[in-house]
Design a protein around this ligand. Sequence first.
Ligand code: NAP
Length: 483
Amino acid sequence: MITFEAYVPSIYINGRWNSASSRKKTPVRNPATWDILTHVSYGDDIDTKNAIEAASSAQKQWASLSPRKRSSILYKANQLMKEEEDRLAAILTMEQGKPLREAKGEIKSAASFLLWYAEEANRLYGEWIPSSIESKRLSVIPQPVGVVGAITPWNFPASMITRKVAPALAAGCAVVLKPASETPLTAIEIVKILEKAGVPDGVVNLVTGNSAKIGNALLHHEDVRLITFTGSTEVGKHLMRESADQVKKLSLELGGHAPIIVFADADLDQAAEMTLASKFRNSGQTCICANRVYVEADIWDEFKQVLVEKVEAMRLGDGLAEEVDMGPLINEGATEKVHEQVKDALAKGAEIACGGNLWEGTGKGHYYLPTVLSGVNNDMLVMNEETFGPILPLQSFTSEEDAINAANDSEYGLAAYFFTNNLDRSVRVAEKLDYGIIGINDVFPAVAEAPFGGIKQSGFGKEGGHHGIHEYVELKYISMGIK
Ligand code: NAP
């Protein structure tokens, strides 16, 4: 059982934890019980300015190290994170709510970004361009952007951090990290791992607290050259507007509204298992989780029945308990939003196949029953707004073209999935879906070695893969005249 001191300092600037007891503090709660786990520091614009200046002073020296040296620190951090997997997973579940099994999966995934970018640090190649003029030699070199402001959400409190910090460090950038207010404890642990792995003072800084003040300080300090953000489309738009004044580089991983299409030629058991895994993982609080499911009319009854049986068998509870399939939602606002979508759908003609209500749960935690809705139409909130909760709306279709059109009818463009055993259809549909990520007979596309990112109002920029490190570099073109 992990216990915390009454106050855990969470502001780390220039290699020092600011532990002054006079600091303003804020509670961290366990969403499963709503108990207060501890308090952390509540930082502001002044802390952020100090952190940016520390990062700015440290960045050039960090960038001047050989990639191999930066890489060796990331390798070490990967190893330390793997050694600490069980403890980190327990902390993550305690502040975020997901079942321990999922939290361990997330820590593994977070560690995999450290490993991947330890490797990529050594492969950040430039380019030699054959010149059209004999007396010139043309080349392109990648150089670190400089200081990075990294803002992360609560739904994946570990992997969303390493997915940004690892490529930033590999590229030679320094970072000011602002994690979500709900999940600072995992962020503190990650920064401690980086510290222990040998990241020099000032290269990684952590500021928790007032998001508007911290965000403003990052947006308006000249030394911050890139803001990398994962979170809601609403906050992403705000960052885009405000960063225009200084023409800062941006990388935005925003909300989603993923469709799943189940064709009649699919392996239905696999499609049902994966649809549930996609929808109810992290209680539906995943940017790429299924938000709406289109089922071919020929298999509608059979598929719906299999889904409902499986959903009714799901066990809810505190993520730390054994045998729990789904934990709480993050807070009361989250259950309210989910319930509003259910009520709206019912008022507009939907039917509840199972679930459809709050669950009393454990302690004062906020739970919602895993829910399947049928008879949904496109006027309903659930078919348009990101749900971020455990509702699965089902709609039927009769032609491939109709399914594609319905799937594409969204302002979001993060992930889309479909199930089929027809090879021609796989290619056709994948090419026609307007999304940054496509899963064919697969709902877990997020891996360190592949580029993750959306289009349309789901943002721009890629995280993961060899592509991910390019967000953190500028390409400098060098034209050399020779005699
Ligand atoms: P959020 O409310 O947008 O918050 C995300 C982060 O932004 C938090 O650290 C938050 O701080 C901070 N923030 C809020 N207002 C800010 C401001 N004015 N200036 C600067 N920072 C500000 O999103 P969330 O509720 O944490 O996360 C859920 C959202 O993230 C969903 O929409 C989900 O789809 C999206 N998401 C996307 C991806 C992806 O890869 N595309 C991955 C995961 C999640 P506080 O917590 O202190 O308010």
